[in-house]
Write a protein that binds this ligand. Structure first.
Ligand code: NAD
Length: 478
């Protein structure tokens, strides 16, 4: 119980970053290690006064930052990527302690964030010539928006901050970044690195509660909100941003279907399908959340997935053997337990897992469910935890109809030995990203975001970068 002993001496070496200065605050957040359910750290929590200072600093810094070149900004972002790699080990350990995920996945999250940052600054945003004839020359320019507020969730705090942060900075905006109150620590440490690299005011990092997020969406001097989180909060952000017609990018929840065709070898795909469903204990926006398997491979797939689940090591993320860590917070743990109970009471069959250990920490075994109604909560809603339904189909059109019968539309996948057929079927999924024989593959050069209620706008790629800019037509009469 190392963390319990440590709770008497909380880690407190954390600061906000406001206008280039490391700052404390009157209020604090206590951060819980989900492997023990005990607080292990305390950090300052910003209120309205700190937010106003940060926004004012970002506004002042914008005037000179917007005039710097793409090359200059790309150079500083590459320095950031190098600093992330240099500090990867302590950052990853802190990320595991506050978030719960296995250490190798924390390392991978930081590494991926660094690589995607470098990828994005390789993208050019040229001035586009729209018309050039005898009478006129018309160009489309893109200019930065101003101050961007970035609000992130608790499941992948580093990666989900870096995507919008790098997009905003590279395109000439300044930022105020707010992590989830459940996982503020690694982001505050990221703020220390950012403070050493970028001029004062260009990047501000404020830990704080949900009310701070709401204040950001209402703030008259913030020009855009880039929000990653739940659909319910995303709708509040959208409504609140309307007051000042802020630009918004919303990266929201998903209920991703995976459609498994009759021509696959279930044993060959089971490991990939399992980890695409259960990685980070299912707390991934684009995890597989519903598996639709053709009746001819259904039983064999169920068996192979159960084998994976029984072999998966659940435990403290700092233990090198761990493959699946705890659920990140008590509220989410209670929600998943509640979904399990409802599922059990409905008469559905719990194939494996389903027994929550009576021990400290928010541990929940990987749980697979069959014989479940299509209109059950587990199938209809985003569970965001390690419990996944496997549903049977006999007719492909019926599978597609059921896969698309949802207000979510983040991503989905089709699994088949015929990739051409797979691509045709994937294109019929009503989602932002449809994969074939893979799930969760992303890149700095490929737009990512949700259809329907899973989001608004895109991150990454030139499409994502343009979301941080205002298009401006320059029309010259000859
Ligand atoms: P959440 O919506 O509860 O909170 C996200 C952030 O919003 C936190 O920083 C929170 O403090 C802040 N917030 C809360 N109320 C607010 C308000 N009224 N105004 C402004 N900000 C407010 O989400 P969560 O529980 O932290 O994260 C889990 C959700 O995030 C899941 O639904 C998951 O699918 C989604 N997610 C989506 C993506 C994606 O890229 N599409 C990625 C990761 C997670």
């Amino acid at each position: 119980m190392a963390e319990r002993a440590e709770s008497f001496s909380l880690l407190t070496d954390f600061s906000l970053l406001i206008d280039g200065e490391a700052r404390q605050a009157l209020e604090h957040l206590h951060v819980i290690n989900p492997a023990y359910g005990e607080p292990f750290a305390r950090c300052p929590a910003a209120g309205q006064a700190e937010l106003d200072e940060a926004v004012a600093g970002a506004r002042r810094a914008f005037e000179s930052w917007r005039r710097t070149s793409y090359e200059h900004r790309a150079g500083l972002i590459r320095e950031l990527a190098a600093a992330l790699r240099e500090h990867q080990d302590p950052l990853a350990e802190l990320l595991t302690r506050e978030q719960g995920k296995p250490l190798n996945q924390s390392v991978a999250e930081i590494d991926r964030g660094a690589a995607q940052s470098e990828g994005m600054v390789g993208i050019e945003i040229p001035v586009e010539t729209l018309i050039d004839d005898e009478q006129r020359h018309i160009e489309l320019h893109y200019r930065p928006l101003g101050v961007v507020g970035i609000i992130t969730p608790w499941n992948a705090p580093v990666n989900l901050a870096l995507g919008p942060l790098v997009s905003a900075l590279y395109t000439g905006n300044t930022i105020v970044l707010k992590p989830s109150p459940y996982t503020p620590l690694t982001t505050l440490k990221l703020g220390e690195l950012l403070g050493e690299i970028f001029p004062a005011g260009v990047v501000n990092v404020l830990a704080g509660g949900d009310d701070l997020g709401q204040s950001m969406t209402e703030h008259a001097d913030i020009d855009k909100i880039s929000f990653t989180g739940s659909v319910a909060t995303g709708k509040k952000v959208f409504a609140s941003a309307a007051g000042t017609l802020k630009r918004v990018t919303l990266e929201l929840g998903g209920n991703d279907p995976a459609i498994i065709l009759d021509d696959v070898d279930p044993k060959a795909i089971a490991k990939r399908v399992f980890f695409a469903s259960f990685v980070n204990s299912g707390q991934v926006c684009m995890a597989i959340k519903r598996i639709y398997a053709h009746e001819s491979v259904y039983d064999e797939l169920c068996e192979a997935l159960v084998e994976q689940a029984n072999a998966a090591v659940v435990g403290n993320g700092l233990d090198p053997a761990t493959q699946l860590g705890p659920i990140q917070n008590r509220m989410q743990f209670d929600k998943v337990v509640n979904v399990l109970e409802e599922t059990r009471q409905s008469g559905a069959r719990i194939l494996c897992g389903g027994e929550v250990p009576d021990e400290p920490g928010y541990f929940f075994p990987p749980t697979l469910v069959t014989d479940i109604a299509e209109d059950s909560r587990l199938v209809r809603d985003e569970q965001f935890g390690p419990i996944v339904p496997i549903l049977k189909f006999s007719d492909l059109d019926d599978a597609l109809r059921r896969a698309n019968d949802t207000r979510y539309g983040l991503s989905g996948s089709v699994w088949t030995s015929d990739t051409e057929k797979g691509a045709e079927i994937a294109a019929q999924l009503e989602v932002g990203t449809a994969w074939v024989n893979q799930h969760r593959a992303t890149s700095a050069y490929v737009p990512f975001g949700g259809a329907k209620e899973s989001g608004y706008g895109r991150q990454y790629s030139i499409l994502g970068l343009k979301g941080y800019m205002e298009p401006e037509v320059v029309s010259v009469a000859k």
